[in-house]
Design a protein around this ligand. Structure first.
Ligand code: FAD
Length: 288
């Protein structure tokens, strides 16, 4: 068993990790089946596996986490969200992972799915920090949390956001950021945390945008700002899927190169279960 935060903190070279989604349809299942061996061949340090807040992918997330653990050499990190769950439900999710030998989790509040307009009811535990505390009380987890380089949209301002993140990360072991497009935003976040006395690893989350519409929706939910340059590049590609893919890979690679050159501990790629773009990013960066 490997504690991912320790592996990242001790790594002498930049780590490369990925995020996967549990598939929700037969077509998505087939896509993941195709992508998994290709992504495994890149030897990622770990893969995180998303969770549909409110439990919409509860079993699917659990099954994919365990499958990755048993059938691949990749270490899984299970996302868990507080939203719409009772405390006893969260305890049972966490205890099931402990029993299966899964000790790496990403503790989150959770957001409604991209396609839905419904608000999620809050859970019995409201914030991610409450889940960090619960997981700590249950077992020897390695706990990662989310960070938002440009601030979380529910925060009144960046200063408050940073303060709350620092308190959360103090209790956790590592953070992974929401996607962003400007390297300075990441380094400002790391500097601010440092000034607040927290110097745990913060992995930048990098996404190769594949559609302007999806990107706009994701940005609205997450508080990430889309620079005009990125918007114009994607808009300029029209409906040409290959052109969009190539532009997306270019944007992600350029950003990753700058992040690594300036000292980021690694890169966490939001694969969206798409092997091709991730392989291309890896190849261009000389990672994997
Ligand atoms: P929190 O840390 O709880 O923060 C949420 C808001 O509450 C912030 O504005 C914060 O400032 C505020 N807050 C915190 N503490 C307090 C307090 N004591 N008093 C008042 N306000 C407070 N979503 C999913 O549904 N499933 C996933 O699998 C998933 N994976 C993700 C992976 C990564 C790497 C990231 C960055 C995000 C992911 N998300 C996922 C999205 C995430 O759930 C949303 O960004 C959510 O809106 C906030 O989650 P959080 O864990 O940062 O919340």
């Amino acid at each position: 068993m490997a504690k991912i935060a320790e592996v990242v903190a001790k790594s002498v070279k930049p780590t490369f990790s990925i995020e996967l989604w549990p598939p929700r349809s037969p077509a998505a299942e087939a896509k993941l089946e195709q992508a998994l061996p290709i992504l495994a061949a890149l030897h990622p340090t770990f893969t995180s596996i998303t969770y549909g807040a409110g439990g919409s992918t509860r079993e699917k997330t659990h099954d994919l986490v365990l499958r990755i653990k048993r059938e691949t050499p990749i270490e899984p990190m299970a996302h868990v969200t507080t939203a719409a769950h009772s405390k006893s439900e969260l305890v049972s999710i966490l205890e099931r992972y402990l029993a299966a030998g899964v000790e790496n989790i990403l503790a989150l509040r959770g957001d409604p799915p991209l396609s839905g307009d419904l608000e999620l009811p809050p859970g019995e535990l409201i914030y991610a920090i409450d889940l960090v505390k619960l997981a700590r009380s249950l077992g020897d987890f390695s706990i990662t949390v989310a960070a938002h380089p440009q601030g979380h949209p529910d925060s009144p301002n960046l200063k408050v956001d940073r303060f709350r993140l620092a308190r959360k990360l103090e209790l956790a072991d590592m953070a992974i950021t929401q996607f962003f497009f400007v390297a300075d935003d990441y380094f400002r976040l790391v500097d601010d945390l440092d000034k607040l006395g927290v110097s745990k690893p913060v992995l930048p989350g990098v996404m190769a945008p594949t559609s302007l519409k999806t990107l706009e929706r994701m940005a609205e939910l997450s508080g990430a700002k889309i620079p005009d340059r990125v918007r114009q590049l994607l808009y300029g590609a029209g409906n040409d899927a290959n052109a969009i893919k190539s532009i997306g890979v270019g944007i992600a690679t350029e950003l990753s190169e700058e992040l690594l050159k300036r000292g980021a501990p690694g890169i966490h790629v939001y694969t969206m279960n798409e092997a091709g773009t991730t392989v291309e990013i890896c190849k261009r960066l000389g990672l994997g």
